[in-house]
Design a protein around this ligand. Sequence first.
Ligand SMILES: Nc1ncnc2c1ncn2[C@@H]1O[C@H](COP(=O)(O)OP(=O)(O)OP(=O)(O)O)[C@@H](O)[C@H]1O
Ligand SMILES: [Mg+2]
Length: 241
Amino acid sequence: MTKPVVKLSHIYKQYGDNHALRDVSFDLQPGEFVALVGMSGGGKSTLLRLIAQLELPTAGTIEYADENLVTRVMFQDGRLLPWMTTLNNVSFASHDAKVQARAQKTLAAVGLAGFEQTYPTELSGGQKQRLALARALMADPELLLLDEPLGALDALTRRNMQSFITKICDDSHLTTLLITHDVDEAARMANRVIVVKNGRAVYETAGAKGQTPETVARVADQVLKVILAPDEEAKEGERLG
Ligand SMILES: Nc1ncnc2c1ncn2[C@@H]1O[C@H](COP(=O)(O)OP(=O)(O)OP(=O)(O)O)[C@@H](O)[C@H]1O
Ligand SMILES: [Mg+2]
């Protein structure tokens, strides 16, 4: 096994009396696509914020493959700047010709060529998500963190965006962590699926990325069972950290 891009060891996070994370350990291998799934309030977004170094763990360590690891987060709301054009959202209104050229290339990569002068409010839901993705990709990240990026989309657009994100991540050999409530999405997109429950990573299984719809459905079913199982039953799965 090669050196992981990120390695979490025995992570705890406490907010006052609330134990949001309790002894979580896992790593992300280079180029791997990992999905974190689980019930609301389980600790998924907290894990993502810790990995993105937006917060510090109460205990435990997070090691990075390199101290200058370029990490970008794409949030559900996209964090778009409505008063700026699509191009300026990606280039951060830079006047540097090189930055502008790169922004144009990045927009083309997410299928938004021709929309440079459009404002976010004039874009469809799927286009907004692609713009948010372009913003994250602009920095040429090595690690991409996606927190429920497709939650607001209709089923068909969501499926298109799933394929789209998978292709972009594969083409750029990006290491990706996706948080989703959708077990089908997790099974379809990920090499590995981790279930987070009550602050613990309770189960992990191989995803069904690139496999048949039957395999995707089987993995999704299994993961859903673990999520819905009372805590004792979850222990029967492969225990993590
Ligand atoms: N900044 C904060 N201050 C206090 N408590 C917090 C904070 N952020 C998260 N929590 C608590 O930590 C726990 C985990 O929250 P987290 O947002 O990580 O869950 P989640 O799995 O992402 O849920 P969801 O699927 O609803 O997004 C919850 O009990 C939440 O109330
Ligand atoms: Mg969350």
